[in-house]
Design a protein around this ligand. Sequence first.
Ligand code: AMP
Length: 280
Amino acid sequence: MIVTDNIDQVRQKRWQDPTLSWGLVPTMGALHDGHLALVNKARIENERAAVSIFVNPTQFSAGEDLSTYPRPLESDLAMLEAAGVDLVFTPTADIMYPAGFQSKVEVTKLSRFLEGASRPTHFAGVTLIVCKLFNIFQPTRAYFGQKDAQQTVVLNRMVHDLNLNLKLVICPTQRASDGLALSSRNRYLSPAERAAAPILYQALQTASQLIKEGNTRGKTIRQTMRDLIMGEPLARIDYVSAANLNTLEEMDALEGDVLLSLAVFFGQTRLIDNVMIYDL
Ligand code: AMP
């Protein structure tokens, strides 16, 4: 497994044999089984698999957890080696954003809803770094988790709008046995918060079940999720949404493809989760 922070070395390796397909998994490290599911799919579907580990400063805003974000590089590399990854790219912020950097990549409208309403500069940072990683690797396929549902919608738009020559592959959310979506941020939770956090998936599942039983009033579905989460004293809701999966706009009458999503604080830790319901 090659581990490098050098862009030229990545390019050299990538184009050593241009006939080989490459799968890329962009990550911020602190890897867990959710990341590994993406890595395994990338390995199965491509002749070579690459992972990037970069805690991207441009997708954090002031007051967020950039400085405290976990960075267990040694154990991440051991996991990736065991998973059979060919190349790991571990750049520094100076390598990705050298002095004089001033370019932007933005998906304007889709970036404003949901996560974007709470984190206004977040997706501009995501699209910028992912576009740069795509240009550096020129992967055949790139792998992302449904856990970050809006990210997949925004990136799909970017790939389409900018005619990027690769396929995005979206992988299902990996969960702990009690339903909590795996996340690098789960390690911030106190034992009491960790015990309370499965309420998020329970609320999503209850809402999903109600919809499938014919309750398609958006307001009722959002209120049901709110009530369930507010029953948990350690939880503080940021948003709860029942939106159109393609436009990300809130819906009054749920129909078509629906994204149920939420962001909830447990102490300082902000967790997100979602479920999708198709063809209503
Ligand atoms: P991150 O390191 O949090 O930026 O995540 C890197 C990639 O892993 C993103 O595409 C995430 O959506 C994906 N991911 C994170 N958690 C999970 C999970 N529990 N299941 C599946 N994919 C995930």
